[in-house]
Design a protein around this ligand. Structure first.
Ligand SMILES: [Zn+2]
Length: 345
């Protein structure tokens, strides 16, 4: 069986399902959006645009790319190459991209995934939402759009229900967007004058580590307090750890012509769905089950895996080098990771 042809058919099968069921994201203001796609690289091509929803959907059905992206920005000339000036960007969505490394509990190679690193990614998404976006920026769950990235991460879009606010933030210039992300990364945290958001977050961490917090809760000038403490090294290290908790891709906030994966497209490295998740479903979301297209669990292939691979747990099954029969979901994962295997039937 021709491997590439079969993979391409699986992508087509998914996209026809996703489009028929109205699952594939159709970016707002589609005629102003740039699209990009890839098969063997993440982005083989960009500067693509569509005049309307129909043209876009037909293109996706026909080409079924392994990676599919849309611009966060709205542009007058989305199909022009040569940067934001040529494209005339006039509006831009705000989104965060959490992209985590494998954890020290992971027992696999760098580019593989397991429940531990996928959980770490989810915890970071929840932390960003519950510790920053909601309390410090006053956003509610209705103002957020959350998507699993299809690999070890999450995309969190800020889409305030209040049109006026949305209009303001989608006209932020780069320095304003930078301010947003730098606050979250604690880059401008000043220990001589700690604001309420960071105070709340850090006090919480201090309490977990049994540091006396009474003074920190009352005073703004923490430097003064810490320097007098015997355990100041420990305190500084907790602060440092807290500041580095989130693995955010700063470019996704920064870059004027940034592309981000289309929601409910497939991720070509894993074959997982870039799945939209409601905030209240996030806690129980398990990508190894919930981001797998159901149709891919029902179709099986006899394969010969010709190299040693780490175990992969998809659905409720564990697959390894020895597996002789694998579902389409695992086939896509192995293919996306460049594993040498043969389809026998
Ligand atoms: Zn892992």
């Amino acid at each position: 069986m021709d491997k590439l042809n079969e993979i391409q058919n699986l992508y087509k099968e998914y996209y026809s399902y996703a489009i028929k069921n109205d699952l594939l994201e159709v970016p707002e203001g589609i005629e102003y959006r740039e699209f990009g796609y890839g098969y063997f690289k993440k982005v083989d091509n960009r500067n693509i645009s569509f005049k309307d929803e129909e043209e876009y959907k037909n293109w996706v059905l026909k080409n079924a790319p392994f990676h599919l992206y849309k611009s966060l920005s709205y542009m007058e000339f989305p199909d022009k190459s040569g940067g934001a000036n040529k494209k005339k960007v006039f509006r831009r969505e705000i989104a965060f991209d959490i992209d985590v490394h494998k954890t020290n509990k992971c027992r696999h190679s760098d580019d593989w995934v397991c429940d531990k690193c996928l959980n770490a990614a989810k915890e970071q998404a929840i932390y960003l939402i519950e510790e920053f976006l909601m309390p410090d920026f006053g956003l509610s769950k209705e103002d957020l759009q959350i998507a699993f990235s299809g690999n070890r991460g999450y995309h969190i879009y800020i889409k305030p229900k209040d049109e006026e606010i949305r209009n303001i933030i989608e006209h932020y210039e780069k320095p304003q967007r930078r301010f947003f992300i730098e606050y979250i990364l604690g880059k401008n945290l000043n220990l001589n004058k700690v604001g309420s958001g960071w105070r709340r977050r850090l006090v919480k961490e201090f309490k977990k580590k049994r540091i006396a917090t009474k003074q920190f809760e009352k005073e703004e000038n923490w430097k003064k307090i810490i320097e007098k403490r015997k355990n100041k090294d420990k305190i500084y290290s907790i602060i440092n750890e807290t500041l580095n908790k989130l693995e955010l891709d700063e470019k996704v906030m920064d870059d004027d012509i940034r592309l981000l994966r289309v929601i409910n497209s497939l991720h070509g490295y894993t074959g997982f769905i870039v799945k939209e998740i409601k905030y209240k479903e996030l806690d129980n979301f398990n990508p190894l089950k919930d981001a797998i297209f159901n149709g891919f669990n029902k179709k099986f292939y006899n394969v010969k895996i010709k190299q040693k691979v780490d175990k992969i747990n998809i659905g409720d099954e564990i697959y390894s080098t020895k597996s002789k029969e694998i579902p389409a979901s695992v086939l896509l994962f192995l293919f996306g990771h460049g594993v040498d295997f043969e389809i026998i039937g």
